[in-house]
Design a protein around this ligand. Structure first.
Ligand code: THU
Length: 126
C-alpha cells in the first residue's frame, strides 16, 4: 500500500497549523476504511493546556462525519527527524483503528511506516 496521497495531505494540512506559542506546526491526515481522507492541524491557545493536536483534529473530523474506522494516519512537521504522534494521540487513534498504519514524515518529506500497536503496546481498550 502506498501512502503518497495521505502524505501529501498531511503536509498540506501542516500549513494550516496555528502554533504561535511553540512555533511547531503539525499536520495530520487520516484515511478511513472506504478511502476517504480527513485532515487536521494543531490549534494552540494562550492557555497552553487547551492546545489540540493535529491528529485529534483529524480524528474528530472523520468521526463527526460518520467515519469511525481509520486504517492509516500520516503526521508531518518541520522539526528534526520523523514526526511521531504523542502518547495521548496514540490512544485516541487506537480507539478508531487498533490495526492502523502510522506514517511518520520528516522535514524532507520522507516517511516511515509503523503499526500503531508497536507505538502503543498494551493499549487500553474495552
Ligand atoms: N502536537 C501535535 O499536533 N501532535 C502531536 O502528536 C504532538 C504535538 C503539537 C501540539 C503543539 O501545538 C505542538 O505540537 C508542540 O507540542
Amino acid at each position: 500500500m502506498l501512502y503518497e496521497d495521505l502524505v501529501a495531505q498531511a503536509l498540506a494540512a501542516k500549513e494550516k497549523g496555528y502554533a504561535p506559542y511553540s512555533g511547531i506546526r503539525v499536520g495530520a491526515a487520516v484515511k478511513t476504511a472506504d478511502g476517504s481522507i480527513f485532515t487536521g492541524a494543531n490549534v494552540e491557545n494562550a492557555a497552553y493546556g487547551l492546545t489540540i493536536c493535529a491528529e485529534r483534529v483529524a480524528v474528530a473530523k472523520a468521526v463527526t462525519e460518520g467515519f469511525r474506522h481509520i486504517v492509516a494516519v500520516a503526521v508531518a512537521w518541520d522539526g528534526e527527524g520523523f514526526c511521531t504522534p504523542c502518547g495521548a494521540c496514540r490512544q485516541v487513534l487506537y480507539e478508531f483503528g487498533p490495526g492502523m498504519r502510522v506514517i511518520m514524515i520528516d522535514a524532507q518529506e520522507r516517511y516511515q511506516e509503523e503499526v500503531l500497536a508497536v507505538l502503543l503496546p498494551h493499549a487500553f481498550g474495552v
